[in-house]
Design a protein around this ligand. Structure first.
Ligand SMILES: [Zn+2]
Length: 97
């Protein structure tokens, strides 16, 4: 699934919004108080997706109460999550008459 289609999602009953922004210096930013992930606009689809999954891991960890987590963990986990989402295949159901 391409993360550029993500506009909102829920974690533990809280709705998060994903917004594109011109005026952030980082690739992305995760705001736990506002439940907003901001992504820098104008990035390639791949970089945008990688950044989204990186910020999503931050959001998940903070939702779990892990406010003081490792950036290295987030980077690695986010990259693997991106890889999973890029390659996952669903069972193709055949219609049963
Ligand atoms: Zn980070």
């Amino acid at each position: 699934m391409d993360a550029s289609f993500v506009s909102s999602f829920e974690l533990a009953g809280c709705e998060w919004l994903v917004q594109m922004s011109n005026d952030i210096t980082e690739y992305g930013h995760c705001n736990i108080d506002q439940h907003v992930i901001r992504l820098r606009s104008g990035m390639s689809d791949q970089l945008q997706s990688l950044t989204f999954y990186h910020e999503l891991v931050h959001a998940i960890l903070m939702t779990m109460g892990k406010m003081d987590h490792s950036e290295e963990f987030v980077e690695n986990f986010g990259n693997l999550l991106y890889q999973f989402m890029k390659t996952v295949k669903n069972i193709e159901y055949e219609s049963i008459e």
